[in-house]
Design a protein around this ligand. Sequence first.
Ligand code: AMP
Length: 396
Amino acid sequence: MTHHAISSPVLPGATIGVLGSGQLGRMFALEARRMGYRVHTFSPDTDTPTGQVADREVVAAYEDLGAVREFARQVSVVTFEFENVPAATAQAVAEIVPVRPGGEVLHIAQNRLREKTFLANQGIPCAPFHHVRTLSELESALAKLGTPAILKTAGFGYDGKGQVRIHNRSEAASAWETLGGEECVLEGYISFDREISLVAARGINGDFAHYGLIENQHVDGILDLSVTPPLLGTEQVNIEAEAIAITRLILEALDVVGTLCVEFFLTSDCKLLVNEIAPRPHNSGHLTLDAHVTSQFEQQLRAVCGLPLGSTERLRSAAMANLLGDLWEQGTPNWASVLALPNLNLHLYGKEDARPGRKMGHLTALAETPEEALQRVQAARHALLSPSRALLRLLQ
Ligand code: AMP
């Protein structure tokens, strides 16, 4: 166990290192720069969402430990925005500067089997699961769990990638082949009533702060909409305290210093099951940038720098809609039409190549009620597909 308490805080003016270079790192870097920090990012890619707004973009393979050490020597503390950084990379950094959260958290969160085993050992409820290494293990796991079930690769999965739904037992062989015969986890299918998440943070001295529940809707395994506060039925409102207790237990058991998100299924009989842990800011928490006093990214910065956590007070109800590359299929979205709408913020991640399913940006709408915020953000996203005035003039 590391003794966080004895290290002195990393103050504004210092340089923070970020492993990974996607939109999470970008939003982190923008918050860090607002507070007077410098940011260096490390990943194998160039002109990245994070690199575009960082002071320095280091381009090298995660396995290039020489480059990793050189990167670590230039910064005061290292955090990550991408949890699939190899363990050896985090270890090489940790020999030079603190990595927060620590490599052990990465190790558990980057593998579904380790994550589920950790949850089960802590007595935290999650979907029933079996470890599957061969087709015959898959067949016997299906016999025990029944169908429908979901087969997920143990390692390196996100946004619904590396998973297939199995509707009946005759589909076992094709599902096994689809995932390439890799080590997997077979999960029982949960017919949930809602999906919710809790974004929380833990400081270096063990302080804890959370943002309240956020409700999420996914399409094809990718987050589509988030809204806070969630639109819970009267019989469901009591689950918030339980979600907070579970999240706090996870942060403490893993000795996390930083922001972490727990995704839950809420079943129709009001049971909470943990689906996934993300040991970093999360897509469902993007609305904290616009709706809360301290965003999930500023909170990560404060935590990893050993500073006090900020207020998580929510100022307005809010809803977030993801903007996937699919929106670009008919040409550039109509930005002018959405920017004419009130109580709405546009966030774009600086990605040039709008591939279907790729997260390009998001919209956040603020309102007096969550229902109104949700309606506003959906209408706004729809307006992006309306023909632009310039195009209308051309067609006249
Ligand atoms: P994941 O990448 O594991 O978070 O899965 C992405 C989405 O797929 C989830 O947010 C759910 O909407 C759905 N999903 C994943 N696992 C299950 C399950 N065991 N039962 C029902 N739906 C699931």
